[in-house]
Design a protein around this ligand. Structure first.
Ligand code: BGC
Length: 763
């Protein structure tokens, strides 16, 4: 089917394409053969509403494989695995004749309280961007589209449809936009979904800076911008800003506004042409891609992939005395409701109707050869009475006493985290902590398995020998948990977010969720580990942490700058244990001599590698030059500072095994001088510097004696003068009785000479 060009459409037809027909469909233009296409959630499975469902898009959906949500999958740090999951998602999307899967979500986990953190990858932009690009490429390889969401700075659910994320330019660029930039540049998602919130006072859905200047002009985005569902505030300015497709339907109201604006001359018709043209492009890509995958869905194969992915998502936080893996014939007490009724995904628009659902208890029993008992331990029902809670605890204690080892499933009840609202604390329910104490007293040989979409505090971490952070693992999480417990799978996942000691320690604690619809990102650049490291704070488990049943040794890292300017880092990693395993090798950089505020170290590259026992592999990781850049607020551009960067390589942000310095040449970058330029800046300028040096000597000569009378001995006057604006030096010179050397005209002359002929300085 050939999709017509936008020039063949009337104004009304073009306007009609810029909003949805219903909750999930775009509008057709039958006269010229433009079909409607379906878009649907996303992200970790297909949530396609059944035919004849309700009009709000929340009815029953067709069964689909529920892969681990981003909180789990991201913990694998494995680009290839995530690409394969993406392919499977694309396959299911295609089989169901859906054109676009609404994901991935790559917002930064700014606070552990965000109710939707389970849908996001990390507190770090490189992790979010690299993994986001991998899943987009995987999905789109099957001829269907993705929607990179929620663009941008949508880091909380509270007041999400109005709140303004008030973020300074550096954190906005370096933390909140960097991941989006990576995905756009590397993977060109077919659509980008703008978020509900405002950014520095402007709705994302009508922000020309965000949707056109940054997204298209700077990053070269070629696809379509779709609104989050109901994110449109004012449609006509939104269209002009670059918000192409409003979803869901506006009932034709906003289409009519667009037509009226063109007719009364307030909107140029070319703006409508561009947006409608992008909708047509999307329809064209979708129709071309349709049918590229033959059904029916191989439910078993996708379930197996979901199990593999879930096994790779489980983080072994602690394993004292090698409690894990369990012996097959161990006498095990499985305790905790989540073992029998798993929490495997979060609530809200991403909720998938799984094709099947494993639970850990059955799967443990399937692998075990010894006796496996079960006690519920606690109830997730709100109204459970004290007596009932006591009874459940007592039963659990009996089971624990009789067992060699206890596997205790704790976690967050579903009601505590969801799209649409945030959490109020990071604590596990009190009844579960009481249960833990009782079980530990009965049997200290206890392994805790956690099910939670957002980080929880682990005040008991010092008292239990082993902890598995199981996040939310999708439909096959039960089997994967059993695989890891018995060592069928050697855990290799790592934390993509810090587990803090207390909520009060977290970077956004004092600025979350804001007030009166404004949230000030007061922690600036210091999000996640950047904060804890800069402040040298203790954490429960650091970013990047995750253990294995084997051990890895790192050789000495080497780093060099390649012809393209990227930094190539090489390190040999050896599996020194006796079983095969995977290690996530992490590269961090720091620049102690930086002229701007920076975290002590920032993740810049990583790789997940598989090693047989005794095997050594030389791993090469590329730190892109662009990722060394900071956003310079004076010049409004990225700048790579020159200097000696420390490249640290290791197994977590706080388990760095080897480091090496590498000299990086800075960007050629000279700020134009003005009358407000400080003496220090002028002195560092290659042209103006030497000239001003002699002017100062003259001007200061007369002042030296008088200055000496008010300054302590040994003070270096040039330090004081460093921040003195050059435009005012004439005043100082005339006070010193020697004005002739620095008239305003001379200073202006010096400035224009320097700006015109300045030899570029190193940044
Ligand atoms: C969510 C999006 C989702 C959309 C459609 C919105 O409320 O924020 O992530 O894709 O609904 O369900």
């Amino acid at each position: 089917m050939s999709i017509p060009d936008v020039t063949e459409l009337t104004l009304e037809e073009k306007a009609s394409l810029t909003s949805g027909a219903s909750f999930w469909y775009t509008k057709p233009v039958e006269r010229v053969g433009v079909p409607a296409i379906m878009v649907t959630d996303g992200p970790h499975g297909l949530r396609k509403q059944r035919e004849g469902g309700d009009h709000l898009g929340i009815g029953d959906s067709v069964p689909a494989t529920c892969f681990p949500p981003a909180v789990g999958l991201g913990s694998s740090w494995d680009v290839d695995l995530i690409h394969r999951v993406g392919e499977a998602l694309g396959t299911e999307t295609s089989i169901e004749n859906v054109g676009v899967l609404l994901g991935p979500g790559i917002n930064i986990k700014r606070s552990p309280l965000c109710g939707r953190n389970f849908e996001y990858f990390s507190e770090d932009p490189i992790v979010s961007g690299v993994l986001g690009a991998a899943i987009v490429k995987g999905i789109q390889s099957k001829g269907v589209g993705t929607s990179l969401k929620h663009f941008a700075a949508n880091n909380q659910e509270n007041d999400r449809m109005r709140a303004s994320s008030d973020v300074d330019p550096r954190p906005l660029r370096e933390i909140y936009l960097r991941g989006f930039q990576r995905v756009v540049e590397d993977a060109q998602p077919w659509t980008v979904m703008c978020s509900y919130n405002r950014i520095n006072g402007v709705y994302a859905s009508e922000d020309p800076w965000l949707l056109t200047h940054v997204l298209r002009d700077e990053w070269g985005y070629e696809g379509l911008v779709v609104s989050d569902w109901g994110a449109v505030n004012e449609r006509v300015p939104g269209l002009a800003a670059g918000m192409d497709l409003e979803m869901p339907s506006s009932g034709g109201v906003t289409d009519a506004q667009i037509v009226a604006a063109v007719k009364d001359g307030t909107l140029d018709e070319s703006v409508v042409d561009v947006a409608a043209g992008r909708v047509l492009d999307l329809v064209r890509k979708t129709t071309e891609g349709a049918g590229s995958v033959a059904g029916p869905l191989d439910v078993d194969a996708h379930h197996a992939l979901a199990r593999e992915a879930a096994g790779r998502s489980i983080v072994l936080l602690k394993n004292e005395g090698g409690v894990l893996p369990l012996a097959r014939d161990a006498r095990v007490a499985v305790i905790g409701e989540f073992a029998a009724s798993p929490r495997y995904q979060g609530a809200g628009s991403s909720m998938i109707n799984p094709t099947r659902l494993d639970n850990a208890l059955d799967e443990i029993r399937a692998l075990a050869t010894g006796d496996v008992s079960y006690a519920q331990g606690f109830s997730n029902v709100l109204s459970v009475s004290d007596d009932d809670a006591e009874g459940l605890r007592a039963e659990a204690v009996v089971a624990a006493e009789a067992a060699e080892v206890v596997v205790l499933f704790l976690g967050l009840p579903a009601r505590l985290e969801s799209e649409g609202y945030d959490r109020e604390d990071i604590d596990l329910p009190a009844a579960q902590l009481e249960l833990l104490d009782a079980v530990l007293a009965a049997n200290p040989n206890t392994v805790v398995v956690l099910s939670n979409g957002g980080v929880v505090a682990l005040p008991f971490a010092g008292r239990v020998p082993a902890i598995l952070e199981g996040w939310l693992l999708g439909q096959a999480g039960g089997g994967a948990t059993a695989d890891v417990l018995f060592g069928e799978v050697n855990p290799s996942a790592k934390l993509t977010e810090t587990i803090p000691v207390r909520l009060e320690d977290t970077p956004a604690y004092l600025d979350f969720p804001g007030e009166f619809s404004h949230v000030r990102y007061g922690e600036g650049l210091f999000v996640g580990y950047r904060w804890y490291d800069a402040r040298r704070m203790d954490v429960a488990f650091p970013f990047g942490h995750g253990l294995s049943y084997t051990s890895f040794e790192y050789g000495d890292a080497a780093a060099s700058v390649s012809a393209s300017g990227d930094v190539e880092v090489t390190v040999a990693v050896t599996n020194t244990g006796d079983r095969a395993g995977r290690e996530v090798v992490q590269v961090y950089t720091g620049l102690a001599s930086s002229q701007v505020q920076r975290a002590p170290r920032e993740l810049k590259a990583f790789a997940s590698i598989a090693l047989e026992p005794g095997e050594t592999q030389a791993v090469t990781l590329t730190v892109r030059r662009q990722d060394l850049a900071y956003w310079d607020i004076r010049a409004d551009r990225w700048v790579v500072e020159g200097g000696s960067y420390t490249v640290s390589v290791g197994a977590s942000s706080r388990d760095l095994r080897t480091s090496v310095d590498v000299a990086v040449e800075g960007d050629a970058f000279t700020l134009p001088l003005t009358r407000s330029s400080s003496m220090g800046e002028v002195l560092r300028h290659p042209v103006a510097g030497p000239i001003v040096q002699s002017m100062i000597a003259q001007a200061m000569g007369g002042m030296a004696d008088s200055a000496a009378s008010i300054m302590p001995e040994g003070v270096d006057m040039s330090k004081m003068m460093d921040s003195f604006p050059i435009g005012r030096i004439g005043m100082m010179a005339s006070l010193a009785g020697d004005g002739a050397g620095a008239s305003p005209e001379m200073i202006d002359g010096l400035i224009s000479m320097a700006n015109a002929g300045g030899v570029p300085a190193q940044a």
